[in-house]
Design a protein around this ligand. Sequence first.
Ligand SMILES: [Zn+2]
Length: 248
Amino acid sequence: MTVRGIVLTQKPLREQDKFIDILTETGVMEILVKGSAKMSSKSGSATQLFAYSEFDISDRHAQNKARILTGVTPIQIFYGLRNSVSLVALASYFAQIVLYSSLPKSSTPELIRLFLNCLHYLSEQNVNAEHDESMIKCIFELRTASLLGFQPDVIMCRKCGEYLPERLYFSIEQGCFWCDTCADKGVLMLSGALQAIRHITLQDFEKIFLFRVADHCRPALYAFAEQFLQYHIDRKFPALDYYKQIKQ
Ligand SMILES: [Zn+2]
């Protein structure tokens, strides 16, 4: 059997063996990589963290029901990630989000494309500065929340129906917003942040990265994205804490 997937985690086993978790179109799969150090360097990089590869796996199972790797071909290796501890931490946070959530099968192909695009942007950020690291994190968090079924209600003020208030309060818990006049709680943000949330959660995937946000709208947008996803998945992410430590 051959499957395409992104390596989410690797757990060293005996000297030269390891388990890896990969995200495939049908969900997360565990694979036993035997004697990884003996393989050619090309195969070695194909099973490293965040590699996107084609995995040949036997239909026999290892002791813990993991599949056994029989061959592997790299499709895309994000070499740019290796130069930065913080980028690896951020990508690990994305991987934990995937591992800790129950993915609807229908959403998995788009989640793979989202993950690959975000890894690409992080890896190439010195070449292409369209979105910085924090914006990539925000896009991943909000779009993944939508894919998991936690779509925020971005249509209008829940009370008076105003479409684009200049100032508004977005509720993490209820996933809806109120204009400045109607609200007294939630994350305070400006209209530019609301428009970004609308774009990231509603736009066709092909256009998801094509938008701009004014700098002064960003802090509230970033805070909302992180808190919203964390609240609705209801898990703590160790990699996120580690990422924040590094950024400080
Ligand atoms: Zn209102």
